[in-house]
Design a protein around this ligand. Structure first.
Ligand SMILES: [Zn+2]
Length: 302
């Protein structure tokens, strides 16, 4: 029998697709793969593993929490670092069955970021700060409701076909009226003509469809495993709460509703209550990578 309490191991971490297997694994794990080595701040991250005799798993990368799911032999974890995550070699720690502790560094390279200077004109006092706070609190209540299975069956797509340009990238550092770059852009902005169709980027269930103070015409889709995509500032919403939706279905139309300065779609993506770079999710096809780790075939999508 293998003793479950193993020493910390500092060897090379397993690179997916690489040819060097891990020298040590957490107790009960037969395999363990990480989605991106090295990673970058703001990327969605995932782990997938096979194991036995495991009833609970908690995983953490530095300060970033993973949501973990078990359907033995399959184990899947999804986490997000956020665009202010410090690069370096934070420890990935895994605690299984509440006592078996394992950890190993996971390299995180520095990211490259745009810098947006935002000028606010007009009467700042007219902005309802209490409404902003209340909306934010409500959003996080939605994003904290984790569906413990994947609700998607195929790869994801962009939420808009016909746009003029990406007017602000995920993670762009933001300065307001010449102040410090102390915040970042939490999603991707597509500037587009008003009325341009907006589509679901992946399969899931609609958990919010209404007009909000900050976000204007808004739809949020629960994709399962703690992942949510949001579509904001729309002039019209064509989805209902509770509706099961597939990638490419119409959600609404581009507008400039809510706190917005022109027609655009703000698209955001959260995992484990953290905004992540949806473009990295797409580029790495994490949707299929995670599904395969769950033992589910991944369809072609659109
Ligand atoms: Zn935006």
């Amino acid at each position: 029998m293998v003793h479950p309490f193993r020493p910390l191991h500092r060897g090379a971490i397993f690179v997916p697709g690489g040819d060097s297997p891990p020298r040590e694994l957490p107790a009960g794990f037969h395999s363990l793969e990480l989605s991106a080595v090295p990673a970058q701040p703001g990327w969605p991250l995932a782990l997938r593993a096979k194991g036995e005799g495991i009833s609970s798993v908690a995983a953490q990368l530095g300060t970033a929490r993973f949501d973990t799911f078990i359907n033995l032999p399959n184990i899947v974890g999804v986490g997000g670092t956020g665009a202010f995550f410090s690069p370096g070699a934070p420890e990935l720690s895994i605690v299984s069955n509440e006592t078996w502790i394992w950890s190993q560094p996971w390299r995180v390279n520095p990211g490259t970021w745009d810098f947006d200077e935002v000028t606010l004109t007009g009467d700042a006092a007219a902005i309802d700060q209490a409404a902003i706070a209340a909306e934010r609190e409500r959003m996080f209540q939605i994003w904290s409701q984790v569906t413990p299975q994947p609700l998607w069956r195929s790869s994801f797509r962009l939420p808009i076909d016909d746009y003029l340009q990406i007017s602000s990238t995920y993670g762009a550092r933001r300065s307001y009226n010449g102040g410090p770059y102390s915040s970042y852009h939490e999603g991707v902005d597509f500037s587009a003509y008003g009325g341009t169709p907006v589509y679901a980027s992946g399969d899931g269930v609609v958990v919010l469809a209404e007009t909000l103070y900050v976000r204007g015409g808004a739809v949020i889709i629960d994709h399962g495993f703690g992942m949510f995509s949001g579509y904001y500032h729309m002039s019209a919403v064509h989805a209902q709460v509770g509706q099961a939706i597939t990638a490419g279905e119409l959600l609404g139309e581009v507008g400039s509703e809510g706190l917005s300065s022109g027609n655009h779609l703000h698209w955001d993506f959260l995992v484990a209550e953290t905004w992540v770079n949806a473009a990295a999710w797409q580029a790495q096809n994490l949707a299929c990578w995670i599904l395969e780790g769950w033992g589910t075939p991944c369809g072609e999508g659109q």
